[in-house]
Design a protein around this ligand. Sequence first.
Ligand SMILES: O=C(O)CCC(=O)C(=O)O
Ligand SMILES: [Fe+2]
Length: 318
Amino acid sequence: MGSETTLTLPIIDFTNLKLDDNTSDWEAVKSQVYKALVEYGCFEANFDKIPLNLRKGIFASLEELFDLPLQTKLLNVSNKPFHGYVGQYPMVPLYESMGFDDADVYEKVESTTNILWPHGNPSFSKTIQSFSEQLSELDQIIRKMVLESLGAEKYLEEHMNSSNYLLRVMKYKGPQTSETKVGLNSHTDKNIVTILYQNQVHGLEVLNKDGKWISYKPSSPDSFVAMIGDSLHAWSNGRLYSPFHRVMMAGNEARYSAGLFSIPKGGYIIKAPEELVDEEHPLLYKPYDHVEFLKYYYTKEGQTELFALRTFCGLSSD
Ligand SMILES: O=C(O)CCC(=O)C(=O)O
Ligand SMILES: [Fe+2]
């Protein structure tokens, strides 16, 4: 009976909104953001602050990067898991990625770039850095709206100062078949907020609370996906949802995407503020260090856990 409706992510318009806004627009968008993050843990954001040349430039830069010989890409190593070059994994053969730590800071990007291009590549570094810096405004708007919605604005400065930005860029080869193949396995992000941008090849899917996969198809070239990671889920004492998502690929075309990840700094203890803990909302996770959690997550045991954060520091509540 009836036709199946296609599930879509909520769409929220950030056009003309600024970080220091104090307007009714801010309040209206804020309530949409909070509702979407409680229900879906993510939404499509229309954000018009990244100029067209930069939006195009980022994909040209990604092609240039992933076209480098494998032995060059392998030079980008990091002591933090998933921050350097990742690829050639038998489990996800279509997937490759590269991380740029402190991606909004030119000198930091330049030092990573110089590993790959020993004579430097300033236009590449500038594209990565400008894209990250300009997109970080959206991350900051969302986090400010979340803290205000939780009545926890007094923690805003501490919250913002205890994180940094990683830009992770991805290439998914087309599987050369119309059959759908896994590009990236289902997972939740572990960081604070992730903002994703992709080329014209779709593939991102988000699991909703009813256990149905929502396929993301951007409604405009200004569309980004904003998503909650486990650490903001824990900090909000479970109020915000951190959704499972994956990438599924079909066809011949390569998918390029870029994710701006706000990440808690090592040594900073993630702890739900006391205002968010009461009889109705008992503390869900013991205070924890994100980097210690990542070390556990990337062990053999951590990789088999569906809810690794719960195993690592979850408190049973009954
Ligand atoms: O490529 C994408 O759109 C998603 C990537 C992703 O989920 C991740 O890097 O955590
Ligand atoms: Fe992810």
